[in-house]
Design a protein. Structure first.
Length: 124
């Protein structure tokens, strides 16, 4: 219902998500950090969409500064992974610089991994 209203009002492609039983049962296990990062991700996605920035994924840049955990959002220009089953894994590995994509905002998730790419992943 909400997805239809947003699509009708904005003309944007919208996909509603219904939590599975397992997700509903495990929702109480989320830490405060999980909830804050989820909110940050959603907020960044909406702000960028409103600003007209599309075909990007919101990712996280995690680090430690002065002994404190710091998480910031960043946009990932991997336009061809948005509907791929491995998007979460790709996003995570990209944010840690384990993978870099093929250039021009493409990742090509169905391509074979080269020996050089495999070596880089193992050494990262």
């Amino acid at each position: 219902m909400l997805a239809d209203a947003v699509k009708q009002k904005t003309g944007a492609k919208v996909r509603g998500i219904e939590l599975s039983l397992l997700q509903r049962c495990g929702a109480h296990l989320a830490s405060e950090t999980d909830i804050e990062e989820s909110f940050m991700s959603g907020k960044a996605a909406v702000e960028n969409a409103v600003a007209g920035i599309t075909d990007k994924m919101v990712g996280f840049e995690r680090s430690y500064e002065n002994g404190q955990y710091v998480c910031k959002t960043k946009l990932l220009g991997l336009t061809d992974v948005a509907n791929n089953w491995a998007v979460g894994h790709i996003n995570y590995c990209y944010s840690l610089d384990i993978i870099a994509g093929r250039g021009d905002g493409k990742f090509d998730p169905t391509a074979n991994v080269t020996a050089v790419e495999a070596a880089k992943m193992l050494l990262s």
